[in-house]
Design a protein. Structure first.
Length: 285
């Protein structure tokens, strides 16, 4: 999601230092941003001049220290792994100037826990963007236990400047978005696992019956089945409630490497360069 977040800030005139661990990942990210800005130009959403200006606002580096030393805000969007996030936030804390706001795009990891490894938990906050970031309007702004009023207000205001609609929520497992979304996805997987209906039938019910833009199984593939599994585990452990326990089919699929779009196969199969969805072989009746 990092490239989508960088895209939105750059499009709205902010200078962005995009940081990743490899040059290759950075090249790919900038190419994706360029492609997605191009789409906005084609659709008439922005002018070519905005596209060019946005690209001019982005610099890249593989050195975290270099990238964050002058930043007023850092938005972390690393893999959803708590140890990795704690390590990154310690490093950010050591290498940013006093007063820098440290935000995480985590989809479920506790902001309060992340803030606990920094010297100034009042400056740590959640900025949870939704995929695809340039298109989706919501930013779930998560207040950790110690996040200050001032920092919360700044992030709410900034999100509005980015053309988004921020919603302030408190820091409890899954926040609001995933506390509601993941049990629905899990229930859809249970419906498949128990043979109530097939992949396309389940998705069609939710698309045509509830006006969801995509069915829950397709959405799970887009989010990443490994990410869905990890969020469900956070919900189950955080609330100590077995109602959030992930469906055994989801666990098996992740263990077998079927992680959705990113691995080329989940509930559907994904052909490179094609938008057409095919139900994965093992789920055909
Ligand atoms: N993640 C990534 N990409 C997505 C996506 C998603 N959830 N949803 C759509 N896209 C991509 C599509 O693959 C497509 O890309 P290509 O053109 O490269 O194939 C592009 O966006 C446009 O999609 P559509 O053809 O569907 O175009 P549209 O204009 O009719 O609709 C949309 C676009 C409004 C984004 C619609 O597809 C939609 O509502 N999708 C669901 C979005 C959603 O539910 N997002 C939240 C996911 S949860 C999350 O991000 C947070 C989390 O913590 C888990």
């Amino acid at each position: 999601m990092g490239n989508g977040i960088a895209h939105v800030f750059a499009q709205h005139g902010y200078s962005v230092a995009l940081i990743d661990i490899s040059e290759e990942a950075l090249k790919k990210a900038v190419a994706t941003i360029d492609k997605n800005l191009g789409r906005q130009v084609e659709k008439g959403a922005i002018d070519e001049s905005v596209r060019q200006a946005a690209l001019g606002h982005i610099t890249t580096t593989t050195f975290i220290k270099e990238g964050v030393k002058n930043a007023d805000l850092v938005v972390e969007a690393a893999t959803e792994n708590i140890d990795l996030k704690l390590k990154i936030f310690k490093e950010l804390d050591e290498n940013t100037k006093a007063g820098t706001i440290l935000a995480s795009n985590t989809s479920s990891i506790s902001i309060t826990k992340i803030a606990s490894v920094t010297k100034s938990p009042a400056h740590v906050i959640g900025m949870h963007f939704m995929n695809p970031v340039p298109v989706m309007k919501l930013v779930e702004v998560i207040r950790g236990y110690s996040t200050s009023d001032g920092v919360t207000q700044q992030i709410m205001e900034l999100s509005r400047h980015l053309g988004k609609v921020p919603v302030e929520v408190n820091d409890y497992p899954g926040f609001v978005a995933n506390r509601i979304l993941m049990p629905m996805i899990n229930e859809a997987i249970y419906s498949l696992y128990e043979g109530v209906a097939g992949v396309q039938e389940i998705d069609t019910v939710m698309k045509l019956g509830m006006a969801h833009p995509m069915g829950p199984l397709q959405l799970a593939d887009f989010i990443g089945l490994d990410v869905c599994l990890s969020i469900l585990n956070v919900l189950r452990d955080g609330f100590g409630n077995p109602k959030y326990a992930p469906c055994p089919l989801l666990v098996n699929m992740v263990q077998a490497g079927h992680k959705g779009v990113k691995s080329g196969s989940g509930f559907y199969q994904y052909k490179a360069g094609s938008k057409e969805l095919e139900v994965a072989e093992r789920f055909k009746k």
